[in-house]
Design a protein. Sequence first.
Length: 293
Amino acid sequence: MKNNQIIKFLAYNGKISVICADTTQLVEKARKTHDLSPVVTAAFGRMLTITAIMGAEMKSVKDKLTIQIKGNGPIEMMVATTNNFPRVKGYVVNPQVDMPLNEFGKLDVGGAVGYEGYINVIKDIGLKDPYIGISPLTSGEIADDFANYFVNSEQRNSAVALGVLVDKNGVKSAGGYLINPMPDATEEEISQVEQAIFKAGAMSKMLDEKLTLKEIAQKITGDEKVEIIEENITPVFQCDCSKEHMAEGLMTIGKKELQEIVETDGKAELVCHFCNTTYEFSKQELEEIITRI
């Protein structure tokens, strides 16, 4: 399986910005980590892909992006976070949701996520307060919801496509793209892109057909002369948890509560939401943490 990859392009002599992502390995790792059902893999995979794309847009290594999707479907809530690396992590409240196929014979992502709810985007980019953008879900299909978010919360018209192809062995292909016209893009150029998107078909299908990201960029813009402006961006699904971080979390409980745990259980076991790693703390380790409070 080829590596995850994000490439940034410019089309029509710099008037159209395009970011294309292949996140097949990333989504497969998330599927295995959280033991996701097929429909949850499709939903969460789309969310992780747009999170990676938005992470790649951030400027500084200190920048942090957190996205929460909360819908009225059985998944309930999905959370993803990334830096500009992009090193992505996330979790799903109900990872084992199973749904009948939709009317088109495809995984019912919209039904699993829910048609009512919201996207909550928090960008910590070094300002005094983080940017917080909230946008209602429009379909639960993720890509449409983010196109709506970009218009309402970031005032930029965007074309968003996200796709995850799942078979009995796992994730066959996953990826997406984000297209933004620059202020000097003409109506004719925007129209050409819209027509090209319509003809191109699904992102996951193009990846499954082994098209390169440059070929996909050419196909979805209708511009054979797309220019690569940044490549070698490799998004990964990777948690940054550690026993030290977990110990710091235990310190926030307080001396009295920790002493009760020592006396009643004699140990503590913590599980990271983002990667399911279990951290065990012995009685001695808990007593050492108490002395540090």
